[in-house]
Design a protein around this ligand. Structure first.
Ligand code: KG4
Ligand code: ZN
Length: 337
């Protein structure tokens, strides 16, 4: 079965063709990052317009690169939740039009569940149950997963998502956008122990990143010097690489310890990660070391399937269809889960 996946929940217009739920025949991602960079974040209205322009060519390219024609598509899967409502609507409308024109079924897919499913595209031994950590620009959540679409939420962020914290800290430090990859790179030259940071693990399953963001702001600009204000002349900020490393270490430590505790409490043998922040080299390194120590198997996707893509949507869409889940042309976009 050939499934065409469509993803437009944030700032990537993506389409992909997946065969049999796991074999990626094509995965096309047109990022809007250059458009949003000047604003230092995603501007929803601009994202919608860019999706509307890109969706047709991106879908055509995905079908072409898979070596197929539109008639070979058996199922259309689309991200229908959660995300920016206008952005989601572009993908959902395109998917409905295609499904109707081709006379093929359509299935709406949850973007967060798809981030975890990305592991199934690449790891033949990916198994359930597991504890899954989704860390992206919009979400930071911990799940106990019994299957591709059976996830019990164990914890989530009370304020910023982990990726959002990376992006905001990079903005405070004037590093650029998106901040995650820039901090990851800069932190490699820094000493995380050189700057004090709060400990973020409170022993519970929920996350909070606003405190560490404020800590970075004060270290960089001086206490009580709000956003956008100039630091006092006498303020001596730490070296940027040290501050980046200390911030990253603090976030990574919280993600690792909370995930490992959940895995232990649920008695699972495997841990999975997904989402853009799962690209972070320090998170991969520390999560791997912690899992090795506890005898847990760790799964994370390659970089291209951590960040937003449509292969994970087509994959999960196929799995849902196999389990008997289909949507109708009444399918609507939902901004929340
Ligand atoms: O999953 P994703 O592409 O989009 C959402 O669903 O939000 O995640 C994007 C987020 C951004 O906040 C970006 O800064 C972060 O992932 N990110 C990283 C890294 N690469 C991307 N964060 C930390 N380290 C990285 N290497
Ligand atoms: Zn995402």
């Amino acid at each position: 079965m050939h499934c065409l996946g469509i993803e437009t929940s944030c700032d990537e217009t993506a389409a992909a063709v997946v065969r049999g739920g796991r074999e990626v025949l094509s995965s096309v991602v047109r990022t809007q990052v250059d458009i949003h960079r000047v604003f230092g974040g995603v501007v929803p209205e601009i994202a919608c317009r860019a999706h509307a322009e890109a969706i047709g060519p991106v879908v055509e390219k995905a079908i072409l690169e898979a070596g197929l024609t539109a008639g070979d598509i058996d199922l259309v899967a689309v991200t229908s939740r959660p995300g920016l409502i206008g952005a989601l609507l572009i993908g959902v409308s395109a998917a409905k039009a295609l499904a109707w024109a081709l006379g093929k079924p359509i299935v709406g897919v949850d973007h967060i569940e798809a981030h975890l499913y990305a592991n199934r595209l690449v790891h033949a031994d990916f198994a359930y149950p597991n504890v899954g950590l989704v860390v992206s620009g919009g979400h930071t959540s911990l799940y106990f997963s019994r299957g591709p679409a059976d996830h019990e939420r164990l914890g989530a962020t009370r304020d910023d998502a982990a990726g959002e914290a990376f992006d905001k800290v990079a903005k405070i430090m004037g590093l650029g956008y998106p901040g995650g990859p820039l901090i990851d790179k800069l932190a490699r030259e820094g000493n995380a122990k050189a700057v004090d940071m709060p400990r973020l693990d409170d022993g519970g399953p929920d996350f909070s990143f606003s405190g560490v963001k404020t800590a970075v702001l004060y270290k960089w600009k001086g206490q009580n010097e709000g956003k956008g204000k100039r630091p006092k002349p006498e303020h001596r900020p730490p070296p940027a690489a040290d501050l980046a490393a200390a911030f990253q270490e603090c976030v990574v430590d919280a993600l690792v310890s909370k995930t490992l505790r959940a895995a232990e409490q649920r008695g699972v043998a495997a841990v999975a990660m997904g989402g853009g922040v799962a690209c972070n080299s320090r998170l991969r390194e520390k999560m791997q070391a912690a899992c090795d120590k506890k005898g847990l198997k760790l799964f994370f996707p390659p970089l291209a399937y951590c960040t937003d893509n449509a292969a994970m949507i087509a994959g999960l869409g196929s799995a849902l269809f196999e389990m008997g889940t289909v949507s109708t042309l009444e399918l609507d976009a939902t901004p929340t889960r």
